[in-house]
Design a protein around this ligand. Structure first.
Ligand SMILES: *Cc1c(COP(=O)(O)O)cnc(C)c1O
Length: 388
């Protein structure tokens, strides 16, 4: 273990099981460790560095803002925050944005909107938010309660009440839970990321959406991982021909700086008023300037290139030796390997490719602008490791 790794082990809370690698620099989708070894980064900080490491346009936008104002309280106006909100609304047809600092906080805002909307409209017994089994919505006490995985629920009892879970891709089970609980809202991920890169069926999502519309139950989408071009559409719900009442996003939005956004349709834009919600760092001008430089580039042509790269990866991996199945959308890819996923990840790391896991699968979330050369090199390594 290097001196740095010993120091980290001694002083940083042991909540992470880190690999014995220290990353010191990088460019695009290539990163370097302290010994100068190069890796192709197929994880992009868990889908965060949307345009890779040290992207020039992002760097320029961030450093220009850094030299003007690094932070201002939400008592005053700043340009990047307003610009980013406008850009998100223009690109989605939504009406209002609340900015926080993370995915969990963006989901907290969705939860608050759902509770207030339903209490105002239907009465205070309509507070339950239904989510899907195997979902992941964050690590605050309320977003843990929202997360549909028992494993996360055991440790920190009592969690926030008012959450229930239903089976993914099972419309009748969802309708049963929604009606039994007098639900305020349904919250889904269109592709369950942490849950194993599981894509929801189009029929299921559309049926659920129609039921929620008919019964004035808010339909909310967690786009923290799937958003901002990751699946080949700007937001994953766009693949499904539906428009949520509100959605959350974070990860890739900031291109590497912490930001989360709760995006509201006309139906709920006025639910939160003066003093109902807030965040000291939310809408930070440096984070917002970085996010503007990311979102500005996610046009139709660029999104098509993400979809194309994703299709290429699928074709390469499907039916390859040692690979049982491939799931996902765009550049959000889950690989069920014959060998344990963690063994594949470790062997790939040896050979200079950084991959992630999600449940029993190897997960790939490369930068959206990864070059075809790097992508080919990485996929060749992954295929060779799986075939051995
Ligand atoms: C990562 C993730 C979160 C939590 O985001 P943080 O920024 O870690 O709080 C929530 N929902 C989904 C779908 C995620 O992938």
């Amino acid at each position: 273990m290097s001196q740095l790794q010993q120091m980290d082990k001694a002083f940083v809370s042991g909540t992470y099981n880190r690999f014995p690698v220290s990353i010191v620099s990088g460019k695009g989708s290539t990163v370097y460790d302290e010994n100068g070894k190069a890796y192709i980064d197929m994880g992009s900080g868990i889908g965060v560095t949307a345009f890779g490491i040290a992207d020039e346009k992002w760097n320029a936008a961030v450093t220009a803002q850094l030299q003007k104002v690094q932070h201002m309280s939400n008592l005053y106006y700043t340009e990047p925050c307003a610009k980013l909100a406008q850009l998100i609304c223009e690109k989605t047809g939504m009406k209002k944005v609340f900015f926080g600092n993370s995915g969990a906080e963006a989901n907290e805002c969705l939860i608050k909107i759902a509770r207030k909307y339903a209490a105002d409209k239907k009465g205070s017994d309509h507070f339950t938010i239904v989510t899907l089994e195997q979902s992941f919505h964050g690590r605050t006490l309320s977003t843990l309660a929202a997360t549909g995985q028992d494993h996360f629920h055991q440790l920190f009892q009592p969690l926030t009440p008012g959450f229930a879970h239903a089976k993914a891709n099972d419309l009748s089970d969802c309708i049963r839970v929604l009606s039994e609980t007098n639900a305020a809202a349904m919250l889904i991920e269109c592709v369950q990321g942490e849950g194993g890169v599981r894509v929801l069926d189009k029929e299921f999502v559309q049926g659920l959406y129609a039921y929620c519309k008919e019964n004035d139950i808010l339909f909310l989408v967690d786009e923290v991982q799937t958003g901002n071009g990751r699946t080949g559409q700007l937001y994953a719900y766009m693949h499904y021909g539906i428009t949520p009442d509100a959605f959350s996003t974070a990860k890739g939005l900031g291109g590497g700086l912490p930001i989360g956004a709760c995006v509201m349709s006309e139906k709920v834009e006025k639910v939160l008023g003066f003093g109902d919600h807030g965040s000291t760092f939310g809408g930070n001008p440096v984070c917002c300037a970085g996010a503007v430089s990311i979102l500005e580039r996610l046009d139709a042509g660029f999104l098509a290139s993400v979809a194309e790269k994703g299709s290429w990866v699928f074709a390469q991996l499907k039916d390859a030796p040692g690979i049982e199945s491939v799931s996902g959308m765009g550049l959000m890819i889950g690989i069920k390997t014959e060998k344990p996923a963690i063994d594949v990840v470790k062997a790939c790391m040896e050979k200079g490719v950084l991959c992630l896991t999600a449940k029993e699968k190897v997960r790939l979330l490369p930068a959206l602008n990864i070059s075809m050369d790097e992508l080919k090199e990485a996929i060749d390594v992954i295929k060779a490791v799986c075939a051995q």
